[in-house]
Design a protein around this ligand. Structure first.
Ligand code: NAD
Length: 348
């Protein structure tokens, strides 16, 4: 009676049970944005603990509650941008806890890295679904890391007509790693490594993605093709001119983005754009208030990252895993403390 069981899901459990599902994540993301707008999601402030002023090594605690699903979740996410250089390991790692709010007991502890990266891609893909040209055939990446790779999966889910993918990163071996990972998933796509020449990844691209740890103005306005859609993922990644020349500026949520340190915020803080220059947020796309108006518009999308979306995607992943009986059923406790036979086991 007093056992508290929960499901533990490693990344491998999630992949094997079919929870690595971009269309599922995109739908969950869009549903959650509507629910948040309807006041059906609790989304308190995140807690940030930063360990390095320059490199911003940090661990964040991000809670949210899906009231209709009766699920309260928390993402505990580490962002250590120097990991690839220092240790040859990934930057981001995360764990997610989901609790049911009838009794408040945990129901799932899962890897959160996959979900977190899928969320970033699902949000970029949602923007592209509404704002990229319907006939987009080429995509160009600056950055070849985890976010860039996942973004290609998201973009292909909403623009299956993408045929050519160009990639440029700081080091050529990263571009090769990107292609090695993605070519088997998209055998019909042409992949082009740009040998660290960033401009070559961008000039011909209908969809542009920057996903870097650079904190520098990498993308230049003169490289941007007419009618392109640009998803900006990292901190400071493009020249201010890219932002000021955009026909439309769309955010996941400008009220959140404006307090972060991304290129668009820098441009805003310098007084080069005002609140009135922000065309809208994702909710405006979903409600049909903002859309691409012609094939020539250059549209920039910038996301801060809304962690209630992670919890919404995690809940779907958990349900998929539960249906497949994936992972391990563990007990947080088998019985209450004083139901145990404790003699000789308590130090007082
Ligand atoms: N917006 C969001 O919701 C969100 C969520 C997660 C991560 N991020 C951000 O996305 C960015 C990428 O994250 P990641 O996990 O893919 O990192 P990663 O370390 O896996 O990849 C970083 C990439 O940046 C490239 N890069 C760095 N400096 C460069 C330069 N000068 N020129 C060209 N390329 C350069 C590297 O070559 C590498 O391919 C980070 O800034 C991260 O903070 C944003």
């Amino acid at each position: 009676m007093s056992a508290i069981p929960f499901r533990y899901l490693s990344q491998e459990d999630l992949i094997r049970c079919g929870a690595f599902d971009l269309p599922m994540a995109i739908k969950a993301a869009q549903d959650s944005i509507r629910l948040y707008d309807d006041g059906r999601i609790l989304f308190p402030e995140k807690i940030v603990q930063e360990f390095d002023e320059v490199y911003k090594d940090r661990i964040n605690c991000l809670p949210a509650t899906l009231l209709d699903k009766q699920i309260c979740g928390m993402k505990w996410v580490s962002v250590f941008p120097r990991n690839p250089q220092r240790f040859g390991t990934q930057n981001l790692s995360a764990i997610i806890v989901l609790s049911h709010i009838e009794k408040g007991y945990p129901v799932c502890v899962m890897d959160g890295t996959l979900c977190s990266n899928m969320r970033v891609a699902a949000i970029g893909a949602t923007a592209a679904q509404y704002l990229a040209r319907e006939d987009a055939e080429s995509i160009g990446f600056i950055g070849a890391g985890e976010q860039a790779r996942m973004h290609l999966l998201g973009m292909k889910a909403v623009r299956p007509g993408l045929k050519v993918c160009r990639v440029a990163a700081k080091y050529a071996h990263e571009e090769e790693g990107f292609i090695r990972a993605l070519q088997p998933i998209f055998p019909d796509m042409e992949f082009i490594a740009c040998g660290t020449v960033l401009e070559d990844a961008i000039r011909e691209s209908d969809i542009i993605v920057t996903a870097t740890s650079a904190q520098a103005p990498l993308l230049k306005p003169e490289w941007v093709k007419k009618g392109a859609f640009y998803s900006h993922i990292g901190g400071w990644e493009c020249d201010y001119g890219v932002i000021t020349m955009a026909d439309k500026l769309v955010c996941d949520d400008w009220s959140v983005v404006r307090h972060r340190l991304s290129t668009i915020t820098r441009v805003y803080n310098e007084g080069l754009i005002t609140d009135n220059d922000i065309t809208g947020d994702l909710i405006d796309l979903l409600k049909g208030k903002v859309k691409r108006d012609n094939d020539d518009e250059f549209i920039v999308f910038s996301a801060a990252g809304l962690s209630y979306v992670d919890i919404a995607i995690a809940e779907k992943m958990f349900r998929r895993a539960e249906a497949a009986d994936a992972g391990s059923l563990l007990n947080l406790q088998e019985q209450t403390v004083f139901e145990h036979e404790l003699s000789g086991l308590v130090r007082v």
